[in-house]
Design a protein around this ligand. Sequence first.
Ligand code: FDA
Length: 386
Amino acid sequence: MPQYDAIILGAGAAGLMCAAVAGQRGRRVLLLDHADRVGKKILISGGGRCNFTNIHTAPDRYLSANPHFAKSALGRYTAQDFLDLVERHGIAWHEKTLGQLFCDGSARQIVDMLLDECARGEVTIGTGHSIGAIDHADGVYRVGDDTAPALVIATGGPSIPKMGATSFAYDLARRFGLKVVEPRPALVPLTLPPDQALFRELSGVSTDVVARAGKAAFPEAALFTHRGLSGPAILQVSSYWRHGEPIAIDFLPGRNPAWLIEAKRARPRTTLRKLLGEALPDRLAETLAEQLALPGDIANLADRKLHEAARRLAGWTFLPNGTEGFAKAEVTIGGISTADLSSQTMAARKVPGLYAIGEAVDVTGWLGGYNFQWAWASGWAAAQVL
Ligand code: FDA
């Protein structure tokens, strides 16, 4: 007779949610993690205030080889459901921007809330527990000395290894015959090659832009760093960027394409450098003006040249040579293939009793609370059938 109804590996966002809900449904749940504390990424998230969900959650804000996969779980456990839980626990929250909900106090409150929910479900939690041999025979999973008919992979992705993140989920999934979509760092700063080093000298300068990679476009701040580009707009496009492809930045979003020609008629004695300085941080204006190389009064510049300058400013092309990698990536794109999982229950199609939830799965959200919402929703979906 197995000791538990389910063993959940990984006490992060998804694992805690899944354990609490299954426990409260009367299931005997064991939640194991190799870290000394549960929910470490929750604790550092959102600058310590945890951007725990996004009220604009919708499947089109997630990347996956199967863009339909996330629909069922996200539709059944919504941002409002999580918000109701937060409110039941008396946690004060606020919307920061773009539908992003944060704790007024600290991310600790979210972890305490999940631990409280686990306690209500009488979940057994084992931290500092290096996961030993895993066997599966006669419909029973054995993890070290513990047994259960269901095993949930909730060990996340390899982003930020120094916090204990590993590729364990993928190794285990492969062992059971599940496919893994190539994992790569996402929501990650991009690096620029030496021939664009000029921009690295702007380290610390930030400005509101629209950043584009392929068809994806994000109007938010971009930040120049000593290695390249960061800030929310860049982190967002990094999930869509592929090696060898350019990204484009509109430094003056919302401007009429003829704005420089209009400026020439209205203020012929001004310079391009001055006009840029009125709209952009000074060091950036200087660099862009140098690159455009159109000195002197704009009255003396041909309309054609001004058109071309406006066009470049609206779609400045950068050719990143890489990312800052898993060490700096907020999430991992790719992961356990959704083709091998049920979108209703997160159960492996061909391995009875095996489930995968959270970031371990090939579903990755935009920046802004979307990834936690996926962790809550996928954990909740699996918990309904454990
Ligand atoms: P998660 O990584 O939370 O949990 C996995 C657990 O498995 C961990 O506890 C880990 O210790 C354990 N584990 C790993 N390998 C193991 C092994 N071999 N044996 C045993 N245990 C193992 N998202 C968002 O929506 N809003 C936000 O504000 C932020 N902010 C943020 C900041 C930073 C700095 C990072 C790195 C990430 C974010 N994120 C975020 C992303 C978010 O943290 C992430 O998507 C979720 O934590 C994923 O939840 P999971 O439970 O799937 O993995």
